[in-house]
Design a protein around this ligand. Structure first.
Ligand SMILES: [Zn+2]
Length: 264
């Protein structure tokens, strides 16, 4: 339990950093320098920059200019905290494999959150982050293979199943892009599909795709019903693919944990 709380707190801090990445990347700013208010550009004091807590204390407004602070800030912080906590709870163990897997998932969660929120803000997937994610995934899967799974038949290793997953999920989005001439999906979705496939493996590829499209359809129909979007409006797909992948990754461990919890 202790390391779940530590992972959660660490996640809140990383979430705060991810907000900076999401905002500054869109405006081509560097990651250096102190945080300023997006509205009045005044520097934010450290005590007004504490994840989630400061947002609540300030009532969601800047101390200087009283302009509303975007809901994105506390959401990203809390979400990163919760997902980091789940990694600590379900995946981390003080063994070489447990540490390596937890590290990989923390990087993946961070990149996924940045990509999804960037897409929500800008209707565009940051390709730099995608390629970074794919590179890290290949390094992690290769390391796992050479350290722990070298004696296994290749197509049963994490590397083998990941590569097949990438071909299925990435290939599916490639077909959609190719057939629709980029009307239904974009190239960003293809690379995000490759990353998602590497992460879950071929066994869960169809589950992941079904879940992501179901989530997209549910939210799309909801927005139509609430008249927030018209039939022609485009929905960014990355948030659904990211949510679908994270649920797929965490579902198995959460379910087995819940089963054990309730059976006891
Ligand atoms: Zn301000």
């Amino acid at each position: 339990m202790e390391h779940t709380i530590l992972f959660f707190i660490f996640g809140l801090l990383i979430g705060s950093f991810l907000n900076v990445v999401i905002c500054r990347m869109a405006e081509g700013e560097t990651l250096m320098g102190r945080s300023v208010c997006r509205s009045c550009r005044k520097q934010i004091a450290w005590y007004d920059n504490i994840p989630v807590f400061s947002y609540l204390v300030l009532g969601g407004r800047c101390r200087q200019c009283e302009e509303r602070i975007s809901w994105q800030y506390p959401t990203v912080e809390l979400l990163t905290g919760i997902l980091y906590g789940l990694v600590g709870m379900f995946f981390f163990s003080p063994t070489p494999f447990g540490i390596l897997e937890a590290l990989w998932l923390l990087v993946l969660v961070s990149l996924f959150i940045s990509i999804a929120f960037y897409d929500l803000r800008n209707m565009e997937i940051p390709v730099t982050l995608l390629f970074l994610g794919i590179a890290v995934a290949l390094i992690y899967l290769s390391a796992t293979f050479f350290l722990f799974e070298r004696a296994w038949p290749f197509w049963t290793t994490a590397l083998g199943t990941g590569l097949m997953g990438a071909a299925i999920v990435g290939g599916f989005f490639f077909l959609l892009v190719f057939l629709s001439h980029e009307k239904w999906m974009g190239w960003g979705d293809v690379w995000l599909g490759v990353l998602a496939g590497l992460a879950v493996g071929w066994q869960l590829a169809f589950f992941l795709l079904t879940l992501s499209f179901a989530l997209g359809a549910a939210v799309g129909i909801g927005l139509l019903a609430l008249r927030k979007k018209s039939m022609q409006a485009q929905l960014p797909f990355a948030p659904f693919l990211v949510s679908g992948t994270l649920v797929t990754l965490f579902l198995e461990r959460t379910a087995s944990w819940l089963t054990r919890f309730f059976l006891w």
